[in-house]
Design a binder for this molecule. Structure first.
Ligand code: GAR
Length: 214
């Protein structure tokens, strides 16, 4: 199961600001994650994530849904770009499209997503807003493998984040982001070290360091 001493190649897919991309890139720079970002791909030409990638000299691609006749040819174009880049792992970081069946099949067990809530609560694109509207007192972050459903895949890591009196979407999302910057690099590291085993709905983390032995 170990991927040995080799660094894995990852692609990061982002539609927006890309602060999670930045957190992963920093963790890689700091030697905490044995990986290399081979590609940043976006469905949005104006995504600031692309700018962040360019500044770091990371290759970028924009794949526009409007350039394709249907969703499945769009997904095939994404798969082709990822295969061309030769990536081992696909990291969805604020990528606001559902990965279609062909995409999921092509990278089965090799696509991760981060979600700003404790799944299975509050899936979808408005997780933080839905959390506040429901009035829960504890929210959090989930990193999970991607299956064909909406935020339904096997959960890798989670961290709870308190909802505080007077929070609005911005203040709660800012607090959640801080947890994301801890948990996404951690999940990518566990994958890169070959320490994640998917067994049905469950993801087993193979102990390998002081942190994970608990
Ligand atoms: C993150 O909070 C991520 O959890 C969320 O988008 C934000 C992207 O921030 N993703 C979803 O809501 C997916 N349904 P970033 O562009 O600064 O990394």
């Amino acid at each position: 199961m170990s991927r040995g001493d080799r660094k894995i190649d990852i692609a990061v897919l982002a539609s927006g600001s890309g602060t999670n991309l930045e957190a992963i890139a920093r963790a890689i720079d700091d030697g905490e994650v044995p990986a290399r970002i081979a590609l940043v791909l976006s469905d949005n030409p104006d995504a600031f994530a692309l700018e962040r990638a360019r500044k770091r000299g990371i290759p970028t691609r924009v794949v526009l849904l409007s350039d394709y006749p249907d969703r499945s040819s769009y997904d095939r174009a994404i798969v082709a770009a990822l295969e061309e880049a030769g990536v081992d792992l696909v990291v969805l970081a604020g990528y606001m499209k559902l990965a279609g069946p062909e995409f999921v099949r092509a990278f089965k067990g090799r696509i991760m997503n981060i979600h700003p809530a404790l799944l299975p609560s509050f899936p979808g694109t408005q997780g933080v807003r839905d959390t506040l509207e429901h009035g829960v007192k504890v929210s959090g972050v989930t990193v999970h493998f991607v299956d064909e459903g909406l935020d339904t895949g096997p959960i890798i890591v989670q961290e709870a984040v308190p909802v505080e009196e007077g929070d609005d979407e911005e203040t709660l999302h800012n607090r959640i982001h801080q947890a994301e910057y801890r948990q996404y690099p951690r999940a990518v590291r566990l994958f890169a070290e070959g320490r994640l085993e998917i067994d049905g709905r469950k993801v087993r983390v193979i102990p390998g360091s002081t942190e994970e032995r608990g």
